[in-house]
Design a protein around this ligand. Structure first.
Ligand code: MGD
Ligand code: F3S
Length: 821
């Protein structure tokens, strides 16, 4: 049964509706949208002068018309306290998506807080404080006073290392340059907090340290390069489902041969053909299927390697390309160093790699020829190298990342049209903070320290470790124990006596307790353990800037009110700083109090000007007014100047061959294969029959923090799916929709069986970070040496515990693939 919204009539957008620039608040692609709002008692009409499209809507419109919107794109929200109609629809003029929506972005309107239409009623509207067994709404003053007093008391007793922080570092919803600056200024400038971690990993580090150490920033090309490439190579990513409109609007046209005119125009002196693609992924993802449909099987090479064996493959490809003379000697000599040593150290024969990776040697040779062999007219092949979590959260992050960048550098593909070596990314970026150099490398493994009982107070910004961390079972066990100790004492002291309350909380902390303050837009699983909840505003409820995967920066304009008393995170950070300053002055500690000055922004623009404008490269050319004028196409960072009031950006990085290292030369890195690197992984593989591969799915955004209150998603996925091979299902005696327990030495979780004919024997794929079955429960604590988690290499057992329950009965378990003709 298909999900129905039961909407039979929607208002026409009137000619006078307000139009706001919006960048989709979800994934890295950053599709352009517009939010249209107009008074609740008005509607547009069908004649040209009555509707925003200036069209006669009594006439049938073409199939791909812009004069249309879906029920999920409509809502009734508050603007300056009044109900207004709101439509958020994709922008046909935006070069990122050219009018395409995704199954996530197309629901931004219905995922907004609406009292009139009862959507997202889960949103936090007021500060809440633990009081007598429950969290009760309170004023900002009351909540901030408690937060400041406990935080200051812990710092006085344990030093700043007693304050633990988990914070978003991204753009889009729950982030943006305004908010990363607000939290960054608080924790890195006013204080020097070392025990801090990023939303999706247990330490404060880069996921692409190797690329950066080599002098290659990880977002170095532009989306047009996917249209110009002769070959696309993608390692450990599933862009059809996870970078959807980048894939559909820029990769697919090239695979279909629709970019030929553009190639002729921009690169006219070369031979051109529709692109081919090499996809490295242990499973057959929907991206493989979609590419085969677009480009036919002969132009798609799927290397279905053994989980975690990427490094061996990439080293063999470099070795083979060098042996064949397919590398770019001139580029290597002029712009890099360390090639000879890295080539020698990383040397791997095609046969060795075939053995380790479990793929045919001939396929490794074919892949190398597709990415590196010069074209028949003698021109070097243009190859775009892309990667994401299959590599980043895969085996031996640092070395695998290095081996991939080695390949891109050796073939001379960084800084040229149709090239680039880029992570595909997750969410948008919006990072601007004071220096974090004092944290050191490796950064502290914060989750482990929390498990060990360290720290006294924990500030959490838009993170839900209960769903999105590794070793999650153990983390939750310890965290609940520690936070319950504080809850118990808070129940025993009247909150009116603040000094006594703070003293009681400190007593519990000395006994191993932990006091938790959670800043979020919705109640989270970890938030259940918290003692204070502070409600944040999200994208569209505040002005918010971010950049996408080609460094395209835009301003999403505020188009609706935040719910209740919620406010932007940057202002929450400022108010915490103000309250800490006041507490310290009360205590007579003027010197420390002075460190908390400079947080007097009255709105998010104040934070932007203090942060990005003054600190980002090229920030001096960027302010809200200039960004508004740039609309949904924005500019590509870094800004280099202003011309006639328009910001001038940078289309690609490294076009001059000068890389981001001292001396300007890119570095080839030694990165030898060393098997499954993270502690405990090889033992797991030896001891358990099933690979529990895991990742994202098209409909679900992140940990489903908004989707959990959206029927469209919860109807389709009441439980996380686990894709299974049909023979494995027979042997375990499980059927479609059955609920199974997945367990191993790290913990256990549950999932719903999805029969998948293309799944290999003994290899499953489970939806990651879902509330009704947390995959992180079975991921062990093993990381790489820089504390990057290794989710993808997880092995476990599977057993059925329930036949298809009622909530699953109506679901389809058809193959998700399109037929390939
Ligand atoms: P994943 O599903 O995590 O997605 O985007 P992706 O990295 O594209 O993993 C990609 C692939 O890695 C999977 O197909 C998996 O089979 C493969 N893989 C597993 N093990 C290995 C291995 O050993 N080697 C190789 N080569 N591949 C392996 C993630 C990205 O998606 C992120 S980080 C975020 S934050 C965004 N989240 C998100 C979302 O929540 N939902 C949707 N629909 N899109 C999203 N986009 C972003
Ligand atoms: Fe949104 Fe576009 Fe991604 S619609 S979720 S930014 S593909």
């Amino acid at each position: 049964m298909a999900f129905k919204r039961h909407v039979d009539r929607l208002p026409i957008i009137p000619a006078g509706a307000k139009r706001h620039n919006v960048t989709c608040q979800f994934c890295i692609v950053g599709c352009g949208y517009n939010a249209y709002t107009w008074p609740i008692n008005e509607q547009g009409g069908t004649s040209r002068d009555e509707n925003i499209f200036q069209l006669d809507l009594t006439e049938q419109q073409p199939a791909d018309t812009d004069a249309w919107y879906a029920p999920s794109m409509y809502n009734v929200v508050k603007q300056n306290g009044h109900d207004v109609h709101m439509v958020i629809k994709p922008d046909y003029e935006c070069v990122v998506n050219s009018g395409l929506a995704s199954a996530r972005g197309g629901r931004m309107a219905e995922m907004s807080y609406s009292e009139a239409r009862s959507t997202q009623q889960q949103r936090l509207t007021d500060p809440m404080v633990w009081r007598q067994g429950m969290k009760v709404p309170t004023s900002w003053e009351d909540a901030l006073d408690l937060v400041a007093k406990v935080t200051v008391a812990v710092i006085k007793e344990q030093g700043e290392d007693g304050l633990f922080v988990s914070a978003f570092d991204h753009g889009g919803a729950g982030g943006g340059y305004e908010n990363t600056w607000g939290t960054g200024k608080l924790y890195f400038e006013a204080m020097k907090i070392k025990n801090i971690r990023i939303h999706n990993r247990p330490a404060y580090n880069s996921e692409v340290h190797a690329s950066r150490d080599m002098g290659v920033g990880e977002l170095n090309n532009c989306y047009e390069d996917a249209e110009l490439a002769d070959t696309l190579m993608v390692v450990g990513a599933n862009p059809h489902e996870t970078q959807t409109n980048y894939f559909l609007n820029h990769w697919i046209p090239n695979l279909k041969g629709q970019s030929m005119a553009k190639k002729q125009e921009l690169l006219s002196d070369e031979e051109h053909a529709p692109a081919r693609i090499v996809i490295v992924d242990p499973r057959r993802s929907l991206t493989v299927n979609a590419c085969e449909v677009a480009a036919s099987k002969k132009n798609v090479l799927h290397l279905a390697i053994q989980s975690g064996s990427d490094l061996a493959l990439l080293n063999a490809m470099l070795t083979y390309a060098a042996e064949q003379g397919w590398i770019d000697e001139d580029f290597i000599a002029a712009h890099t160093e360390g090639f000879a040593a890295a080539r020698l150290a990383n040397s791997m024969s095609v046969e060795q790699a075939a053995e380790i990776c479990g793929v045919a040697a001939s396929d490794i040779i074919k892949a190398t020829s597709w990415i590196a062999e010069p074209k028949s007219d003698g021109h070097r092949r243009r190859t775009m190298f892309a990667y994401e979590k299959g590599l980043i959260w895969g085996n031996d992050n640092y070395r695998s990342n290095a081996a991939y960048v080695n390949l891109a550098l050796a073939t001379g593909n960084i800084g040229r049209e149709g090239g680039g070596c880029v992570r595909l990314g997750g969410h948008q970026e919006g990072y601007v903070r004071p220096s974090d150099d004092f944290i050191g490398r490796p950064a502290p493994y914060v989750d482990k320290l929390l498990i060990e009982g360290r720290g006294g107070v924990h500030h959490i910004w838009g993170c839900d470790h209960y769903k999105t961390t590794l070793n999650a079972s153990e983390f939750k066990r310890h965290y609940n124990e520690r936070t319950n100790k504080v809850k118990a004492v808070m129940d025993s002291v009247p909150s009116g006596d603040r000094d006594a309350q703070v003293e009681a909380i400190l007593g519990a902390i000395r006994d191993g307790g932990l006091f938790v303050v959670d800043m979020d837009i919705v109640p989270t699983k970890i938030g259940e353990a918290a003692h204070v909840l502070l409600p944040a505003a999200t994208s569209g409820e505040m002005n918010l800037t971010s950049m996408n995967g080609e460094r395209r920066m835009r301003l999403t304009e505020r188009y609706m009110d935040p719910p209740g008393q919620a406010m932007p995170d940057c202002l929450i950070a400022a108010r915490i700083a103000n309250a800490m300053e006041a507490t310290l002055r009360e205590q007579g500690d003027e010197a420390y109090a002075d460190q908390f000055q400079g947080f007097d922004w009255q709105n998010e623009e104040g934070a932007f000007m203090d942060g990005y404008h003054q600190n980002a490269a090229g920030g001096e050319f960027v302010d809200y007014e200039a960004l508004r004028a740039m609309g949904n196409n924005g500019f590509q960072e870094p800004a280099t100047g202003l011309e006639e009031g328009r910001i001038v950006g940078s289309k690609r990085l490294y076009t001059d061959g000068v890389f981001s290292r001292e001396g300007g030369k890119a570095l080839f890195m030694e990165a030898q294969w060393r098997g499954l690197q993270a502690p405990g992984k090889q033992e797991q593989k030896d001891n358990y029959p099933f690979l529990i591969n895991n990742g994202r799915a098209n409909l679900v955004w992140q940990s489903a923090y908004l989707d959990q209150d959206n029927e469209f998603v919860t109807d389709r996925w009441p439980y996380p799916f686990i894709e299974m091979n049909l023979q494995d299902m027979d042997e375990l005696d499980v059927a479609e929709g059955d609920l199974v327990e997945v367990w191993n030495d790290a913990g256990s979780t549950q999932a719903m069986v999805y029969p998948t004919p293309s799944a290999k024997r003994g290899e499953t794929f489970m939806l990651f970070a879902f509330p009704t079955g947390v995959q992180g429960n079975v991921v062990n604590e093993g990381t790489n040496e820089l504390i990057i988690p290794n989710y993808k290499q997880t092995w476990g057992n599977i057993r059925k515990f329930s036949a298809k329950p009622r909530s699953v009965n109506h679901l389809s378990f058809k193959s998700k693939e399109y037929p390939v003709l």
